[in-house]
Ligand binder design. Structure first.
Ligand SMILES: [Zn+2]
Length: 130
């Protein structure tokens, strides 16, 4: 379960559409399951099939969250043309069992949330818009 304020939910979609046809990516800042802020990140791959964060921006993002007394509780990225589900590559790269992974499919216009365990089992998580 993740709780996302309506304006931040909209910003994920906006970022995904703005960066189309490339993959957009970013972080959600929050405490426990409640999102309080969004950080748009640069996809340095400039690809429509995968993304990589800019390490400098990642460092800034961690600092920003700490200053707010919060954490980076989720990573989001867009799938310009494929469905909103974890791809094989997404699962391979998802190593943090404590955060959520959100995927917005631009073609389906759907936002979904997932978590992953140590054995790489993916579970879809409920998104509550608050
Ligand atoms: Zn993906």
């Amino acid at each position: 379960m993740i709780k996302i304020p309506q304006d931040i939910y909209n910003k994920i979609i906006e970022h995904s559409k703005n960066d189309y046809p490339l993959e957009a990516c970013g972080y959600l800042v929050g405490n426990n399951e409640i999102v309080i802020d969004i950080i748009n990140m640069t996809n340095i791959d400039k690809s429509n099939e995968h993304f990589t964060f800019d390490p400098k921006e990642q460092f800034q993002a961690i600092k920003y969250a700490r200053q707010k007394g919060a954490n980076l509780i989720a990573v989001y990225h867009s799938h310009p043309a494929s469905p909103a589900r974890m791809s094989k590559e997404d699962i391979r790269l998802a190593n943090d069992t404590s955060i959520k992974y959100l995927i917005y499919s631009v073609s389906e216009e759907k936002l979904k949330c997932f978590s992953i365990d140590k054995e790489k089992n993916v579970t879809e998580e409920f998104i509550e818009v608050i």
